[in-house]
Write a protein that binds this ligand. Structure first.
Ligand code: SF4
Ligand code: SF4
Length: 62
């Protein structure tokens, strides 16, 4: 399983709490005006980002 950002739910927060919570730095931003991105190579299925996102914009998917 890896984390996936549901773009329609992401509020594009100034400070992405999910990005800050990821212990693997698997979440990054190319552009502050767009939802963050998960680099699945570094995601290890811990779920920290899911708990951290206040908008439930992240899910774990196969
Ligand atoms: S905290 Fe959640 S809603 Fe906010 S930018 Fe990050 S993923 Fe999107
Ligand atoms: S599930 Fe864990 S490793 Fe994967 S993006 Fe979320 S916080 Fe990072």
């Amino acid at each position: 399983m890896v984390a996936r950002i549901i773009e329609s739910k992401c509020k594009i927060c100034d400070d992405c709490l999910a990005l800050e919570a990821c212990p693997s730095t698997a979440i990054y931003r190319l552009d502050g005006d767009e939802p963050p991105v998960v680099d699945v190579k570094y995601c290890h299925d811990c779920g920290e980002c899911i708990d951290a996102c206040p908008n439930k914009a992240i899910v774990l998917t196969a």
